[in-house]
Design a protein around this ligand. Sequence first.
Ligand SMILES: C[S@@+](CC[C@H](N)C(=O)[O-])C[C@H]1O[C@@H](n2cnc3c(N)ncnc32)[C@H](O)[C@@H]1O
Length: 171
Amino acid sequence: MKTVGTVFPFTAVASRKMIQTVDFKNGKNFVELGGGNGAVTRELLKKMRPDARLIVIELDPKYADSLRKIADKRLTVIQDSAEYLEKIVKQEGMDQVDAVLSTLPLVIFEKGLRNKIMDSVMRVLKQGGYYIQMQFSVMTKKEMKSRFNNMRITFTPFNMPPAFFYIVTKE
Ligand SMILES: C[S@@+](CC[C@H](N)C(=O)[O-])C[C@H]1O[C@@H](n2cnc3c(N)ncnc32)[C@H](O)[C@@H]1O
């Protein structure tokens, strides 16, 4: 199952909070899963170095097309499912991903798909890299805690609905 979830508008303030842990000074390779309206994409591009790259994987062709209109040569938009992350990263010649930022609606995914995506994220991330997953609830907290030792959760009320960020550091 691939799944296209509802796109809740995501605010610039929430996007900034989501990416505040990321090391933009040294990091050069970034991946975003579920680009939607591009709020996170735009904040990432503002922070990234001129020689950095961002691959955005978005399943919905309508959103993928509108993301492609963001004129920035550091950005590559791929219209496909996040479950193909590893293949896409390889095809795009990117290795050692510094951070994966995801606003995928993981709670509505089948467990198998959730696991497949999270396994792939951990394989593409470099050691010390970040996987930051936005969620609108703590429904997957237990599941994610048991999977990741090195995880903390932050929260922002500046979004409707308010959002939680699961921040995992690859050990
Ligand atoms: C909460 S919205 C994204 C909000 C977005 N980050 C923003 O700034 O507007 C979730 C996005 O995930 C996309 N999506 C759902 N299932 C997906 C999948 N399997 N692979 C890639 N994208 C997916 C949806 O189409 C939607 O655009």
